[in-house]
Design a protein around this ligand. Sequence first.
Ligand code: PGA
Length: 254
Amino acid sequence: MRKQIAAANWKMNLTVSEAEKLTDDLLNTGFSLHPNQQVVLGVPFPYLINVEQRVSNKPNVFVAAQNCSDKSNGAYTGEVSVTMLKSIQVTYVIIGHSERREYNHEDNALLAAKVDIALANGIKPIFCCGEPLQIRESEQQNGYVETQLKESLFHLDAQAIKGFVIAYEPIWAIGTGRTASSEQAQQMHAHIRKVLAGKYGEEIAATISILYGGSVKAANAVEIFGQPDVDGGLVGGASLIASEFAAIINSLKK
Ligand code: PGA
């Protein structure tokens, strides 16, 4: 059974004390996880250690960095390598969030390199894909997302992609309060799984967790996560409120 994941993306928010308090408050909500369910907290770099220390004895709760360098080390001022992340026990890294694609001009080829260096160092990527509004309006979203997957992931062999985590985040739904309908989410997730099955076979495709992101909140999580090909969510704004995110965690499919 593939993993169901509630992933938080705190983005560039919170001070260290706020990050610690949010973590403690969340752990104190007493959310419950089945063995195939995970909580992943996408924490700003400076607080990764603080949050990792707080969750390290909690089964199935992990931290994620929000980005990593595609280089292993060297004269790259301001960059953070996966080796550094590994040295502080970071489990996951979010790769290719649409905000980084847009503001930092990250393209599919660069993201392929980031995926490779993360996997080579034992850090699990959460690979983000998703189309902008004008692509959705012209009904080209399937092909657009397919290209993102092909150019950043399809060089991987079946062993590397087994159990991989992908987040589908339509850009028009991020931070806008306008979520995709559960039908739109299911349609795209099924398409992504079909594309993966075409390349790697049904059995491997069935092991890949596909999260939905874009204005997920407690009020819509049960319906979205209930779709057969939706394996949880990548949550921005609503993950900054402990009780709200706990309710989202409890909405994961059993
Ligand atoms: P949102 O962000 O939940 O605030 O829409 C999701 C994301 O960008 O990962």
